[in-house]
Design a protein around this ligand. Structure first.
Ligand code: FES
Length: 279
């Protein structure tokens, strides 16, 4: 028999006089285990190698992307384990003493605010001398004890976080307003008639600086955290901690000591010009 040698009784392939026209070369290239002849290319092997090469590139890229994603998914924990004792330095570079503050930092007129960072480099605080005042100021130094205690009435020198507890506006949008800055605004705080307050022009929150920066007007619900101050025997002023009487940390922080780098053992005050928008 010519053509395919079909056994007797083969039901499917009828005897033919010519070879069947299968694409023999292609079939062998895909399915055969034979090695290709000279000049021939094994498409199967080449395709497999191409596939492996592409898979390797994809895997490497995916590995890099995952590694990069993990790097940013796990931010480094930056912060401090305890409050530093930080000496405050004058805007001119000399040590800040109680005597100097009482003579040069009486903030009775609008136009300047003094700020220092504590306990982290990205946490501004107001430095305030409410003198002259006849009112006792909770937690202030400048009195006989010279160590601030937010539960006791002491001197007029106080420091509060300058990050608004509503949505986090910072100076100059939030600023200290000395008495008389906005005559039509007469908030009644714990020490009512003195009207020393901090006002945030972002949404109108007002804080009573003669009463631990408790809210006078909303929308804030929380007081500004207070910086604890103390002096040494020479009257040099140090920040040594923070107190949030309502238990709420500085806005934007899970903990007052986390989210930035510490300020170290000294920190210089700087002056800023406030944005004054009367409530
Ligand atoms: S951020 Fe200060 S009142 Fe809203």
């Amino acid at each position: 028999m010519n053509g395919i040698d079909c056994p007797t009784g083969c039901p499917f392939i009828a005897p033919r006089d010519v070879a069947l026209d299968f694409p023999v070369g292609m079939v062998r290239a895909v399915a055969s285990t034979q090695e290709p002849g000279p000049g021939e290319v094994d498409e199967t092997k080449r395709n497999v190698l191409k596939l492996l090469a592409v898979a390797g590139v994809v895997a490497a890229g995916a590995g890099g992307a995952i590694g990069g994603a993990l790097q940013y998914a796990r931010p480094p924990v930056v912060g401090l384990s305890s409050y530093p004792k930080t000496q405050l330095i004058d805007v001119n570079g000399s040590a800040l003493t109680v005597d100097r503050v009482m003579k040069e930092y009486s903030l009775t007129t609008a136009g300047a605010i003094f700020i220092f960072n504590y306990p982290l480099q990205n946490e501004p605080n107001f430095f305030l001398n409410l003198n002259p005042t006849t009112l006792p100021v909770l937690g202030g130094i400048g009195g006989p004890n010279q160590v601030s205690d937010p539960t006791k009435a002491q001197g007029p020198i106080v420091a509060f976080s300058a990050i608004c507890q509503h949505l986090g506006c910072v100076p100059p949008a939030i600023a200290y307003y000395p008495p008389g800055t906005c005559p039509a605004f007469t908030p009644s705080g714990k020490n009512g008639s003195m009207k020393f307050y901090i006002h945030c022009s972002c949404h109108g929150s007002t804080y009573d600086v003669t009463s631990n920066a408790n809210p006078l007007t909303g929308p804030t619900l929380y007081a500004l955290p207070q910086v604890l101050l103390e002096t040494d025997a020479d009257g040099n002023i140090y920040a040594h901690g923070m107190a949030s009487l309502d238990g709420v940390p500085i806005n934007g922080h899970i903990h007052n000591l986390q989210g930035g780098y510490g300020v170290g053992n000294s920190q210089q005050l700087y002056k800023d010009t406030p944005t004054i928008l009367c409530p």
